[in-house]
Design a protein. Sequence first.
Length: 124
Amino acid sequence: MATLITDPGLEEQIRARRAEWGGDRYDEVWEGTYMMTPAPNPEHFHIQSRLVAVFQMAVGFSSPAVVLCGLNVSDRVDDWTQNYRCPDAAVILPGGIARECAAHYHGGPDFVVEVVSPYDQSRE
């Protein structure tokens, strides 16, 4: 069941506790709405890691292309934490529009994969 927290103090406490134990690792922000997502299950991780391995083999290990298993992607350079997603796998090709910023990529990777898990709402 989804839960809406409208008490700013309680929201801050919950987010701080999640950050302390690493529970926020897979959280995202969709247009200013903080989305707390459960950790992926083992099947999800198996699919994710195998896809990344295949993508890396496809572009080559000495290629300047970047293949990542999880990353922050935003449509913003500044205030990116107000709108970002964390796809399960991404390929960033040389000459593409994606630009690496301090903690995220702006402009979008050339190819992304989202492995759908139970309770996934990314398509809604």
